[in-house]
Design a protein around this ligand. Structure first.
Ligand SMILES: [Fe+2]
Length: 242
């Protein structure tokens, strides 16, 4: 497998990072009093610790140029000083706080069983599988989305960026757009992070490709099971396929 084939395999896996319940979340189908489940589980599985997960790739990586890129991402995640001046995990809490939720709950979250299984693999992949897997899992799987192809191919569909007044939380749940600071911070730095993530993939030795791909398959599978559980806990039922 050459680098181009490896990247294509990674993009294919990212294109499968889609879940049946997401269109229901973004069209206001989740009862407002169940939405906290989604925020709490996302926070506990990766949002709260994202800078630390990047740090695990950083401390294992022997290549200074890659460490420098990871360090810049960690700095932004932990301080926000390249965007809005606050840690991204802190900005994330602006969503539930703006929706009137009790953010004290986020200090001691009880993870759904499937969320804990997903988080366990996030930990394994970032601690025990080498810097390459830690880096790809953190910067591509966790930080990326199903539109990764657009990073490498100008003709591929880009992730839609509607005006913040059209954000689902504003439209369907009455969130004040001022509480969307994380969305704004991400729009400021995300394009750079996506390009850097894929340029770092070029530094991975082909002997490690099977390890990275098998970890990506495992995390994708656990993510689907985790998102199924969140959807259930939010009262959603999978629509019958037409
Ligand atoms: Fe972030």
């Amino acid at each position: 497998m050459d680098t181009a084939e490896f990247k294509e395999a990674l993009i294919g896996l990212m294109e499968a990072k889609q879940h049946w319940a997401w269109p229901l979340f973004t069209s206001g189908q989740v009862a407002a009093d169940r939405l906290h489940v989604h925020f709490e589980q996302e926070y506990a599985t990766y949002v709260r610790d994202f800078a630390i997960l990047l740090g695990r790739a950083y401390i294992q990586c022997p290549i200074p140029a890659i460490r420098a890129e990871l360090a810049e991402n960690i700095y932004e995640e932990e301080t926000g000083k390249l965007s809005l001046g606050k840690a991204h995990a802190e900005l994330f809490l602006g969503y539930p706080a703006g929706l009137g939720m009790d953010v004290e709950r986020f200090k001691d979250i009880r993870m759904l069983h499937e969320a804990a299984r997903y988080r366990a693999y996030v930990d394994e992949a970032t601690l025990e599988c080498g810097w390459e897997t830690a880096m790809v899992v953190a910067t591509i799987f966790l930080e990326g989305n199903e539109y990764e192809r657009a990073v490498l191919d100008a003709d591929a569909p880009k992730r839609p960026e509607p005006d913040l007044s059209e954000h689902p939380l504003v439209k369907h749940y009455g969130l004040d757009p001022s509480s969307l600071a994380l969305t704004r911070a991400h729009r400021m730095v995300e394009a750079g992070h996506r390009h850097v993530a894929w340029s770092m993939v070029d530094a991975i030795d082909s002997s490690v490709y099977p390890q990275v791909l098998s970890s990506m398959e495992e995390i994708l599978s656990r993510w689907h099971t985790y998102r199924d559980a969140v959807a259930r806990a939010c009262g959603l039922v999978r629509p019958v396929a037409s």
